[in-house]
Design a protein around this ligand. Structure first.
Ligand code: ATP
Ligand code: MG
Length: 416
């Protein structure tokens, strides 16, 4: 058998990579908590209809990117390509549509069959937030502010800007759609094949096309602004005032239409110039129709998802690996006392390790290699006297302490 490799577009998270990843998730979870969001975990695979229905069958995700398969019972299942559809399905199947609003945070792997490149993978990870059951523009603004606070807490807010748009309400969108069809029909021959196919079924999608020949046409396409109903315009005004009050700077960009079918009113992307074409780190919008697609009542909702890999790439540095204390028995007779001490350290919240083999010199080398702050040395003489030598490895100073004083002392010294 040829040597085994990770599947194309997947990667292992080890060492610094895992620490960056966890730092993004931990930070997001903490900030989401401040905004009153609770974490949900929904399954990684769902009935294929959960996604096919909600994302819209003209979306890139559904038409080209899903990992769908039949299981042994003959059911069509799909590895989740995003988190929102599963959360809405869970809201309905757990009978929570009458307990609104629900404020949901999630983090986990997503799967899309895409061409892998930096910042774009086939198994990637997202953090996400959904605020379900609030129709007010303040909800949209808060959800965006929370995204920005997460980027701030990660120290990367200054590398990004919030691009904001409105897709209006259903009536605004219908008028805009008709104008887009009329406009693109005029240039039908110049459109990419994909976009020509989208022309009748979903012309908004053309605006999101990455094909260069489409981009040129999109630049002059009619904008939603001219088609907003009074109601949609009021919502758009309210959103921008709320963002001002919350102190969230934004840039209006009529090109932000989002790749999925379920959005209306607010759409936004946090973009950076530091990641080339994979520059969107966090994106979302309002999706008032989705819960109904899952069989629930019509329910207003707004949310976003952020790409953990892209956020991790922007971090200046990874959080340092925590430094342990190394327990070093000197000779066989001390090993029992050493292990007792090891457990006492852990019970005091100190990260502690013991080298399993080797002479004293070897074990001290290992203590240095793992970056230990202290080595605790115990030989036969120490056991007999009920003490241990505590060596601060950065300073090189050494201290003799009673055995039962070692753990509380080190807990204080390493700040537990
Ligand atoms: P893109 O335009 O880059 O394909 P998208 O619109 O498909 O992004 P969303 O569905 O909005 O992306 O997902 C939200 C975020 O998840 C993106 O802004 C991005 O940060 C991240 N993301 C999406 N697809 C991938 C992927 N294949 N690999 C890594 N991160 C991804
Ligand atoms: Mg995509």
């Amino acid at each position: 058998m040829s040597s085994l490799q990770p599947v194309r577009g997947t990667h292992d998270l080890i060492g610094e990579g895992q620490r960056r990843h966890a730092h993004v998730v931990d930070t997001a979870r903490r900030i989401a908590g401040l905004y009153g969001f609770d974490e949900w975990s929904t399954p990684i695979f769902e009935d294929t209809r959960v996604f096919a229905r909600s994302l819209g069958d003209t979306s890139d995700v559904v038409s080209k990117e899903m990992y769908s398969f039949e299981d042994r019972g003959g059911e069509s299942l799909t590895l989740r390509p995003e988190g929102t559809a599963g959360v809405c399905r869970a809201l309905v199947t757990n009978g929570l549509t009458q307990s609104l609003p629900q404020k949901v945070f999630y983090a986990g792997p997503m799967f899309r069959y895409e061409r892998p490149q930096k910042g774009r993978y086939r198994q990637f990870h997202q953090i996400g937030a959904e605020l379900i059951g609030a129709a007010e523009a303040l909800a949209d603004a808060e959800v965006i502010a929370m995204g920005r606070d997460i980027l701030k807490a990660l120290g990367i807010a200054d590398d990004t800007v919030v691009e904001l748009n409105t897709l209006g309400d259903t009536e605004s969108r219908a008028a805009w759609r008709a104008a887009l069809v009329a406009y693109f029909t005029e240039f039908k021959d110049q459109l990419s094949d994909d976009s020509r196919a989208r022309l009748e079924r979903n012309p908004l999608r053309i605006l999101d096309s990455k094909a260069p020949q489409d981009r040129a046409l999109v630049a002059d396409a009619p904008l939603i602004g001219a088609f907003l109903t009074d109601e949609a315009r009021t919502f758009w005004d309210d959103l921008r005032s709320a963002l001002d009050v919350l102190g969230v700077p934004f840039r209006e960009n009529p090109g932000i239409v989002r790749g999925l079918d379920y959005y209306g009113h607010t759409t936004f992307e946090f973009v950076t110039e530091k990641l080339g074409t994979q520059g969107t780190v966090l994106a979302g919008g309002r999706y008032d129709g989705l819960v109904a697609e899952m069989g629930g009542p019509r329910t207003p909702a707004i949310g976003w998802a952020g790409g953990i890999e892209r956020l991790a790439l922007l971090l200046d540095s990874a959080p340092a690996a925590p430094r342990p204390v190394a327990v070093v028995p000197l000779g066989e007779g001390a090993s029992g006392a050493a292990v007792t001490l090891l457990q006492a350290l852990r019970a005091h919240g100190v990260r502690a390790e013991i080298a399993y083999r080797g002479n004293a010199k070897r074990r001290m080398e290992r203590a240095n290699r793992i970056g230990a702050t202290h080595a605790v040395l115990i030989g036969d003489d120490e056991v007999a006297r009920g003490v241990a030598q505590v060596k601060a490895l950065d300073e090189g100073s050494q201290n003799e302490l009673a055995l039962d004083a070692v753990a509380p002392y080190l807990a204080g010294a390493v700040g537990c």
